[in-house]
Design a protein around this ligand. Sequence first.
Ligand SMILES: NC(=O)c1ccc[n+]([C@@H]2O[C@H](COP(=O)([O-])OP(=O)(O)OC[C@H]3O[C@@H](n4cnc5c(N)ncnc54)[C@H](O)[C@@H]3O)[C@@H](O)[C@H]2O)c1
Length: 269
Amino acid sequence: MSYLDAKYGLKGKTAIITGGGGTLCSAIGEGFACAGANVILWDINPAGLAAKSEVIAKTCGNKSQVATVEVNLMDENSIAQALEKSVKIFGSVDILLNGAGGNRGKGPLVDLKTEDFEFVLKLNLLAGCILPSKHLAKYWIDNKIQGRIINIASMAGFNPLSGIWAYSSAKAAVMNQTMGHAKELAPYGIRVNAIAPGFFVADQNRKLLLNDDGSPTQRGKDVLARTPMGGFGLPEYLTGATIFLASDASNFVTGVTLPIDGGYLCNNI
Ligand SMILES: NC(=O)c1ccc[n+]([C@@H]2O[C@H](COP(=O)([O-])OP(=O)(O)OC[C@H]3O[C@@H](n4cnc5c(N)ncnc54)[C@H](O)[C@@H]3O)[C@@H](O)[C@H]2O)c1
């Protein structure tokens, strides 16, 4: 085995990737599969699961490395059932990439709709982080598996995005809980880290960042003006960092949130 395969390779590991039917997490799935892992995509959207699993199988060249499980992460029973199914597929699970999430609405605080706030907070914090981590952690502790969790935070977790109240709150909480879970689970050899992507064009934010002709909206221009490296992120930019956090290369790293943002946070004058 080469030095790099021993350090960064994921051969023999199995990863659950929530939100795996979507843009960013399916790209992370491609990275994991190409690094040798078995990948189980979890998503509520069957069409997304079918399309993305096919792409991943083609890229890594081995269909038997990729599986899908339909799940509603807003429902804890559905998570428990999905985990049971997933363990049966490849025999065990070693990695959890908590990627499901998204936003609903944007507007002034005085117009905030409580039901929208509650939905987005639940989607990004409970469904997108806490509940899958709870179930995987219990499974790993019971089975003495030194698992790895990677959460997906956001620039909104460092600095709230204007008009995006619940999403910003939830992503700040994801970073907070990354540290809390890391400390709680370290005695079991379980590591918990997060990535914080900058601005990547995906289905859920395309209209916010791009006009129909592909030119940036005013918000898109504001983002680009604050991104020293220029441009929006491309999904494949997330693979190196997530493979690092999922692999033995990061063996003594836990509780951190790694920005992948083209320098967006270096907002000096
Ligand atoms: N795109 C960006 O610029 C950006 C930036 C920072 C963070 N993020 C985060 O990255 C993650 C992936 O986002 P994306 O941009 O690829 O969006 P996406 O909409 O393409 O992917 C999100 C996926 O989550 C799934 N999902 C939604 N509700 C679910 C539920 N109840 N149960 C199971 N699955 C459910 C969706 O079906 C979808 O496939 C999210 O957590 C998002 O907040 C995105």
